[in-house]
Ligand binder design. Structure first.
Ligand code: ZN
Length: 89
């Protein structure tokens, strides 16, 4: 099932024409939940590069580098989680 099919199936599920139950759409619902969770922003973790000691930021979910020098990611390139770059007040 590709993403377009999943979206079509979910639209069908909530339409008036649907004669199936939510249990017939478990794969689609689980896919949607998994991908919605990635949109919940996580705080980056400040650490230092083990090779050169430079300050870097890593993902708290998977420890991938999400900021190195001027480069920073809106989403973790490894696990796909959204990064919250707002500073704490
Ligand atoms: Zn990650």
């Amino acid at each position: 099932m590709n993403i377009e099919e999943i979206i079509d199936n979910l639209k069908y599920m909530i339409s008036g024409q649907c004669t199936d139950t939510q249990y017939d759409f478990q794969d689609e619902i689980n896919f949607a939940i998994k991908n919605l969770k990635k949109e919940v922003p996580i705080k980056p973790i400040r650490t230092s590069d083990p090779y050169n000691g430079d300050e870097i930021m890593i993902c708290c979910e998977c420890s991938s580098i999400i900021k190195d020098g001027e480069w920073s990611a809106k989403y973790c390139p490894n696990c796909g989680r959204r990064i919250n770059w707002k500073r704490r007040k």
